[in-house]
Write a protein that binds this ligand. Structure first.
Ligand code: FAD
Ligand code: SF4
Length: 510
């Protein structure tokens, strides 16, 4: 008999460990455990999503004839950790082997690697075939390269998948149409809504359990409208492709008050949990382009996020762990300010994104990168504390994808392994790409004075205080030249303003 553990991000019927297992000779074990629910302060909507999706998946497996040993969080017998639950299952079922698909998280894989010795049962860990690029293939691609750049990796993935290819050439003659994807949005745009899935009996039970068990925790449970099964996730994907994909490219970087989702797919929770096959999704997007239903800049942009960025960050994570988690090249040490949890700040952009996150467990990429991430970078917040925040608050957050995005792309804590420059920007960027500034206590055009946007002084302070590490970066040559050209008086006033902002940040008054 084989024991087949399946984790919360492995809810795929085509999972490699299931494909190789025999129904009569296997017991699947699925575990809701406190050690994982409490590992960071997970958003309550995220917990509902994952536990509900797991319970639905377990029910589907049973309908398909699998034997499932399912441990609920509120089960009085629950032992509280993967290790303890596997130990109990081994003791009771006496399996000949434990077979699992590569866990998404380094820590969990280390745990699983320890089971062979701990329980005297062989453990087989199979490569996760739900990714286009295996860990070994990524390591081979990275080997001997001076720099790992997503653009070049992405081209390999286009060739490998054949997506948007004409022979060995990219459709449209370009690999990347990002320069077409920078339009700000306005309130008079027609904004299609994302589909809402009403909670069924299983989800309602999980909602009550999470409410009872985590009363003081961050994040609204209600309303809960996420798809929690493969079927509903496919409906959500079809809705995106039909109604929003065509606007995805143009407004990918835009932010608009009151519009949480714009033209984004909001499919990342379902993709990362395993409910949606990312490659099938890309093929559906490609088909929309071929049928003339979506423009190339939108479809290429969408496909690049999935077979480019998503695969690339996973590759970097497995290549560089466990050291990656400890990196802090800019030496940022400031504790995470309380405003990340309560949204209590006069900076309208940050308050809007934190409150949206609290309501929905979602923020789109530019909100994460250029608002909350950018502010943390400029303010020198400890990247590890910030990583724990991102891991907690988003429904799509699993360490393999969240950590490289936070520590690498957003905070440059990896010194440029993932991205070639830090995503640091002043208030002008946020003012251009959003309408947040029009309702803010601060003025994005002022650098000093009471109403000066905090992002402005912090931006120059960031460059100045990290001069030794960053001044040689070619992509920062322009801002450093601008800084040098400013008068001594202006520079002193800006740095003085930055001191003031830090002072107010520490006092919780920014
Ligand atoms: P869309 O904009 O519709 O994009 C389509 C899909 O592309 C997404 O569903 C996702 O699967 C993929 N994708 C897009 N950008 C990225 C990226 N940079 N890395 C990996 N996949 C990408 N994404 C996560 O899935 N989990 C995280 O925990 C996470 N944490 C992040 C933290 C920070 C600081 C930043 C800057 C980005 C993070 N991202 C994370 C990437 C990105 O913000 C989300 O994937 C995206 O916002 C999800 O929303 P969506 O499904 O509407 O995406
Ligand atoms: Fe954010 Fe500055 Fe704009 Fe206010 S003025 S919303 S703080 S960028």
């Amino acid at each position: 008999m084989q024991l087949l553990p399946i984790f919360a991000d492995q809810l795929s019927h085509g999972l490699v460990s299931l494909a190789g297992g025999s129904k009569s000779q296997s017991t699947i074990v699925m575990m809701e455990v406190a050690a994982e629910a409490d590992a960071v302060w997970h958003h309550r909507k995220k917990l509902v999503f994952l536990f509900s999706a797991m319970r639905h998946f377990a029910a589907e497996l049973e309908e398909n004839g699998w034997r499932v040993r399912y441990v609920k969080l509120d089960d009085p017998q629950n032992l509280g950790s993967f290790d303890a639950e596997i130990a109990r299952a081994v003791q009771e079922l006496k399996p000949e082997r434990i077979v699992l698909t590569e866990p998404g998280e380094w820590r969990v894989e280390q745990m699983a690697l320890g089971w062979a010795n701990a329980f005297g049962v062989p453990v087989d860990i199979l490569p996760d075939t739900r990714f286009l690029c295996s860990r070994t293939e990524f390591a081979d691609w990275a080997h001997g390269r001076k720099e790992l750049r997503m653009d070049f990796f992405y081209r390999e993935m286009r060739r490998k998948s054949g997506l948007l290819m004409e022979g060995d050439k990219p459709v449209g003659g370009q690999w990347n149409f990002d320069h077409d994807n920078r339009k700000p949005a306005s309130q008079d745009l027609f904004m299609p809504k994302i589909p809402q899935f009403a909670p069924d009996e299983i989800t309602t039970e999980v909602m009550a359990m999470v409410e009872a068990r985590f009363p003081g925790r961050f994040g609204d449970i209600d309303p809960f409208t996420f798809p929690v099964t493969a079927q509903s996730a496919r409906e959500a994907a079809a809705d995106f492709i039909e109604k929003r994909l065509s606007g995805f490219g143009d407004y990918q970087d835009a932010m608009l008050s009151g519009e949480d989702y714009l033209y984004h797919s909001v499919l990342s929770p379902a993709i990362n949990a395993g409910l949606l096959d990312p490659l099938m999704l890309c093929r559906a997007a490609e088909a929309a382009y071929t049928a003339g239903k979506a423009p190339l800049n939108a479809v290429e942009g969408f496909i690049r996020q999935i077979i480019g960025w998503r695969e690339y960050v996973r590759g970097v994570y497995w290549l560089k762990m466990p050291k990656y988690a400890q990196m802090n090249v800019l030496g940022a040490k400031r504790p995470l300010p309380g405003l990340y949890w309560d949204g209590e700040t006069r900076m309208n952009c940050v308050a809007s994104v934190v409150r949206q996150t609290q309501r929905t467990a979602y923020a789109h990429h530019i909100q994460r990168l250029m608002v909350t991430g950018n502010f943390a970078l400029l303010a020198g917040i400890d990247p590890h504390a910030l990583h724990e925040w991102y891991l907690a608050v988003y429904a799509d957050a699993f360490e393999w994808v969240e950590m490289p995005n936070t520590m690498g792309m957003s905070q440059f804590a990896d010194g440029g392994i993932l991205g070639s420059k830090p995503y640091a920007a002043s208030g002008a960027y946020i003012n251009k790409m959003s309408d947040y500034c029009s309702n803010c206590a601060y003025d994005p055009k002022q650098r000093t004075g009471k109403r000066a946007c905090p992002f402005n002084a912090l931006y120059w302070d960031f460059l100045e205080r990290n001069r030794t590490t960053l001044a040689a970066n070619r992509r920062l040559a322009m801002p450093y030249a601008t800084w040098r050209k400013m008068s001594e008086t202006d520079r002193t006033a800006i740095l003085e303003q930055a001191r003031l902002v830090f002072h107010r940040l520490e006092a919780g008054e920014v």
